[in-house]
Design a protein around this ligand. Structure first.
Ligand SMILES: [Fe+2]
Length: 289
């Protein structure tokens, strides 16, 4: 029998978890054991600290449900989500960069036509986002579906507003033959991540800003191209340089330009002032690195 000591326990535990039948699982678990043990050694983890961490993880699980993903939030604010995105989407520098999905995407958003309004009466300043979807060679990508979602003018998603069950401020738009798209919505506001749970508890012990800059989310899953999950951020918005989930990239910051009442980009007349954002999404073909 091999006696367990402070010096040999890491090797023994890694050896045990290395027996996982799937080789990748064995790799992941043995590395996890090594890094966890190194962490405990580096900080000389006390029993009280170990228990506090266990209780924090327990609360993080308990507050999560089908609408709230506190573990994803924890991963986001620790920078892990964005690191995983960066490692797995090393796209051509010309392609639109990927960012985190975030917790508010929902399947099955309504399909709208060119220039149709996804705000559907939600109060706010009208915003048109339009441009093209194209490939790295500049060719238009017709029939590409842009799945779009965002917060309202108060910074809230529908799951955070009581008494709202149906889809709100989310829609799917399809590019025309020339690759063009045009969506109408309202200007979103930057928002705080939920601060009433275990993640908020930790953040409130730091000097970290718990806000995200104003943005619109996009998901483009077009056959033949790398799936693209990204955001567009409003140029000049607050918190651009301190996004709590590390999602901001310079290439995704676009001006929301002020326009007076008159013809909108879809040809229809706007009775009130509106904002215009132009952006061309560039997709990378599958298999090209
Ligand atoms: Fe968001």
């Amino acid at each position: 029998m091999q006696l367990v000591t402070e010096d040999n326990i890491t090797g023994l535990a890694a050896e045990r978890w290395g027996t996982a039948r799937d080789p990748r699982t064995a790799e992941l678990l043995t590395a996890l054991v090594r890094h966890l043990h190194d962490f405990a050694r580096e900080v000389r983890l006390t029993e009280a600290e170990w228990m506090a961490a266990i209780q924090w993880l327990t609360r993080t699980g308990q507050i999560s449900d089908d609408k709230r993903e506190e573990f994803i939030l924890a991963s986001d604010v620790l920078g892990l989500s964005m690191l995983v995105v960066q490692m797995n989407h090393q796209l051509d520098p010309q392609a639109t960069p990927a960012t985190v999905l975030g917790p508010f995407h929902i399947e099955g958003s309504p399909e709208l036509g060119y220039g149709e309004d996804m705000s559907d009466g939600v109060p706010g300043t009208p915003l048109f986002v339009h441009g093209t979807v194209r490939d790295l060679a500049g060719n238009p990508v017709p029939g590409a579906v842009l799945d779009v979602w965002q917060a309202d003018a108060e910074g809230a998603y529908e799951s955070q507003v009581p008494d709202i069950d149906e889809a709100r401020l989310r829609a799917k738009y399809t590019t025309r033959e020339d690759g063009s798209y045009c969506l109408r919505t309202i200007a979103p506001k930057g928002y705080s991540i939920p601060m009433d749970g275990p993640v908020g508890e930790l953040i409130s012990r730091t000097a970290i800003s718990h806000f995200r800059p104003a943005h619109v989310h996009f998901l483009l899953n077009v056959p033949g191209y790398e799936p693209l999950i990204t955001h567009l951020f409003q140029e000049g918005a607050q918190y651009l340089d301190s996004d709590v989930v590390f999602g901001t990239k310079q290439e995704l910051v676009v001006p929301f330009e002020q326009r007076e009442a008159g013809p909108g980009p879809d040809g229809r007349t706007m009775a009130e002032p509106w904002l215009e954002a132009r952006y061309d999404f560039v997709l990378q073909p599958v298999g090209r690195r």
